[in-house]
Write a protein that binds this ligand. Structure first.
Ligand code: PMP
Ligand code: GLU
Length: 391
């Protein structure tokens, strides 16, 4: 009898998400009463603002609890369209927008819609852990573009050009970046756009950390540099980070009509609409002034400055000042430990959780999230400093 494998081949290559695994281990230890400092979290420590929660409660009370159109309600898509226009100089009509269960879902949908078996997807490295796994799930081939810390971990045009092959279909741009915090400026993005247009390469622009750029740096959307790059770009964003709404699962994308319509068909037959209640909450978030994300930005800039001051004193750890997002990618090579050992040891020995750099493409780094209070940052840095003194 022919043997039928238990698992589908596509899943045998997939690793669990190191960000989610360590974050939940840290949360579990904390719930059990351990005094864990959590530098692993990929979400802010702020609570979702009250007016957003109220909108969700009102949605439940008024019976807004049924299916909505697959790609989201017209009201929400209209607000997203206005947001793209106002913040990003991008003109996406509501019918060019798909609302999904988080930005993660938007990225996965886009890859499923565009990638054929064997197509190459360019991913600047270090990268967010889920990109290559999603490409693998779509039977594409991730091609990493190695970047240099001396260039703030940003790919150069030379790096990009060298990585292009006849099989290259798509490039993922993530600015501000998780895990490095690098932010591409307008000039750099314009040059990247030019190469993509010349070589007919699609772009997923993951702009989930858009609202968190420090030192008055301005976030720019790559699709805003003219019709040619607009026609090749799918712009992804969401409310998870901007409005402390990670658990509500609302992300959205804007893109060319043919791709959006394919994604809409895909979503019709996979998840249908994201939760109706969360959509009402996102509507409240997007119709309010930017007050909340401005408050977040000010607080995070203070934390970034504080953690950077502390790290400067620690000889065994290197770092580049993050320009955006809420992560600091720290060079641990002087400790002579690999990132998994470093992360496991500090969790076991001093109850500090960080994410090993291995999953982001650099085993000589760890990711330290400063999306936690200054008090916790101080406590965690004291512990790391003391631990390294004895190493
Ligand atoms: N992109 C990046 C770079 C991220 O760090 C994350 C994690 N939040 C996401 C996308 C997904 O965000 P969401 O919660 O909207 O799915
Ligand atoms: N994106 C966040 C992180 O990098 C949340 C966890 C995840 O979805 O990977 O930690």
């Amino acid at each position: 009898m022919p043997t039928i494998s238990r698992l589908a081949n596509r899943l045998t290559k997939i690793n669990p998400s190191s960000t989610l695994a360590i974050t939940s281990k840290a949360k579990k230890l904390k719930a059990e009463g351990h005094d864990v400092v959590n530098f692993a979290a990929g979400e802010t420590d702020f609570d979702t603002p009250g007016f957003i929660k109220d909108a969700a409660i009102e949605a439940i009370k008024s019976g807004f609890t049924r299916y909505t159109p697959t790609t989201g309600t017209q009201e929400l898509k209209k607000l997203i369209s206005e947001k793209f226009n106002k913040d990003n100089s991008l003109n996406y009509e509501p019918n060019q927008i798909v609302v999904s269960c988080g930005a993660k879902h938007c990225i996965f949908n886009t890859l499923l819609a565009l990638i054929n078996s064997g197509d190459e997807v360019l991913i600047p490295s270090p990268f967010w852990v889920s990109y290559p796994e999603m490409v693998n799930l779509c039977e594409g081939t991730p091609r990493f573009i190695k970047t240099d810390p001396k260039n703030n971990f940003k790919m150069t045009i030379g790096d990009l050009e060298k990585s292009i092959s006849p099989k290259t279909k798509l490039l993922i741009v993530n600015s501000p970046s998780n895990p490095t915090g690098c932010v591409y400026n307008a000039e750099e993005l314009k040059a990247i756009a030019k190469i993509c247009v010349k070589n007919n390469i699609f772009v997923i622009s993951d702009e989930i950390y858009e609202k968190l750029t420090y030192d008055n740096l301005k976030h720019v959307s790559i699709a805003s540099f003219g019709k040619d790059i607009y026609d090749l770009t799918i712009t992804v964003n969401g409310v998870s980070k901007s409005h402390a709404m990670t658990g509500w699962r609302i992300g959205y994308l804007g893109g060319p009509s043919d791709i959006v319509s394919a994604i809409s068909n895909l979503q019709d037959h996979s998840t249908s609409n994201p939760a109706s209640i969360s959509q009402k909450a996102a509507q409240a978030a997007l119709s309010a002034p930017d007050e909340f994300s401005n408050k977040l930005l000010l607080e995070f800039q203070k934390r970034r400055d504080y953690i950077a001051e502390r790290l400067k004193r620690i000889k065994l750890l290197g770092f580049i000042l993050p320009q955006g997002a809420f992560y600091l990618f720290s060079d641990i090579s002087k400790t002579k430990l690999d990132s998994l050992t470093f992360a496991r040891r500090i969790l076991d020995e001093i109850s500090v959780a960080v994410i090993p750099g291995e999953g982001f493409g650099r085993d000589d780094y760890v990711r330290i999230s400063f999306a936690t209070s200054t008090e916790q940052i101080k406590k965690g840095m004291d512990r790391i400093e003391g631990w390294l003194d004895k190493l």
